[in-house]
Structures are given as C-alpha cells and as structure tokens.
Design a protein around this ligand. Structure first.
Ligand SMILES: C[S@@+](CC[C@H](N)C(=O)[O-])C[C@H]1O[C@@H](n2cnc3c(N)ncnc32)[C@H](O)[C@@H]1O
Length: 196
C-alpha cells in the first residue's frame, strides 16, 4: 500500500540561505519538517519501499516551494537531520520552479511551486485517498483501509489555518487524544498500517 505524507512548514524558508546550526529558530522550525522526512522514509537499515513526503515551505521570501522526496528512487540521502537539511539548503539556491513544473533536483528529490492546494489537486487527480490527521477525529485503525493509495496531511508546530482547512475538506482520523509532534504522528501511522 503506497503511503504519502504532506506537511506544512508555515515559517520554513522557501528561498535564500539556511543556517544549518539553527534549524529550529532561524529556519522557521525546519527541524520539524526534516524529522518528518526521516520518520516517513527511513527504516533502521534502509528506506521504505513506496513512501513519499512533500514538504511545503511557506515562509518566503518570495514564492512558496514544495519539496517532494520519493523513497522509490531516493539516493545518497542520510538519515541525520543536518544531512537532510543540507540537501534542502542546496535546493534553495535554485529558483522556485513554476506551479505545475516539477524539477528533479537529485535522484528521488524534486521541487515545484505551489502550496497545499496544489498538492491536494495533484493527489486528487492521482486517485489518492486523502486523510487529515486530527487529534479530535475518530481513531485511525488498519481496518479503515483497503489496498489503496493513502495520503496524510499534517501541520508543523502551528495549527492548520482556516484557509488551509477550507482546502483540506476531507475525512479525518486521530492517533489518540494527545497532541503529538509531527514526526511521531507519522511513525504511528506507519505502525498502524504496517499491521495489515
Ligand atoms: C505538533 S502537531 C500541531 C500542533 C498544533 N499546535 C495544533 O494544535 O494543531 C503536528 C501535526 O501532527 C498531527 N497530530 C498530532 N497529534 C495528533 C493526534 N493525536 N492525532 C492525529 N494527528 C495528530 C496533526 O496533523 C498536527 O497538525
């Protein structure tokens, strides 16, 4: 079963130079997004077979950027936070591609313009069953799904905005009543779906 994750980085820079020594402060909680990449894609030794994650860098300056990691052909990416952030930092030296233009930056790592609504439209076109992760919704269980492509949306340390929630009109599932960090939420989704 293919799994996808989309996470919104409300203040994460979409352009310019990153300070890799301060991912949390100077880089607008890029640490949250980088940990999400690691939890979504990496196993103890190697990578999941068919899993994607799209980061939404919404903090400017200039147009927002979407960064897509695809485990099926990702090469040379190390699991540590600094290495993943370093790869994003190199990408930010390139201009943001136009919306609808998906450019491969390195094997398995792509970028494009757009925001969460662009990802929503892409996934809808590709027949993905989309789920918003929300602590207040009914509990997620592996019996909720068949053999389909699943796409999960989550936010960074900030709640989804009203505008985002307007775009993300879809079914919602919870992982329990505690508010978790994004990367922990991703790990739990994997754990639940790995039971099927
Ligand atoms: C750190 S939380 C966001 C916290 C933010 N202050 C809020 O109240 O929404 C990051 C994301 O993880 C997901 N999440 C966290 N805890 C969850 C839970 N118990 N069930 C489902 N999703 C959860 C949500 O999608 C959330 O947007």
């Amino acid at each position: 079963m293919q799994r996808r994750f989309a996470i919104i980085g409300h203040r994460a820079p979409s352009n310019g130079k990153l300070n890799l020594n301060d991912l949390s402060g100077a880089c607008g909680r890029l640490d949250v997004l980088v940990r999400a990449v690691s939890s979504a894609l990496f196993l103890s030794h190697g990578m999941r077979e068919d899993c994607h994650i799209t980061l939404h860098l919404m903090g400017g300056p200039g147009p927002s950027r979407r960064v897509w990691f695809d485990s099926r052909n990702l090469k040379g990416l190390h699991v540590d936070e600094r290495a993943i952030a370093g790869r994003i930092s190199k990408m930010l030296e390139e201009p943001v591609p136009a919306i609808g233009q998906l450019l491969e930056f390195s094997s398995g790592m792509w970028h494009s313009g757009g925001d969460i609504s662009t990802t929503f439209d892409d996934w809808q076109r590709e027949g993905v069953r989309m789920i918003l992760l929300d602590a207040d919704a009914p509990l997620l269980s592996n019996s909720s799904f068949g053999e389909e492509r699943l796409g999960f949306f989550l936010s960074d340390d900030k709640a989804f905005t009203d505008n985002e929630l307007e775009v993300l009109e879809m079914e919602r599932f919870s992982l329990g009543s505690e508010r978790l960090q994004g990367h922990s939420a991703i790990t739990i989704v994997h754990h639940i779906l790995d039971q099927s």
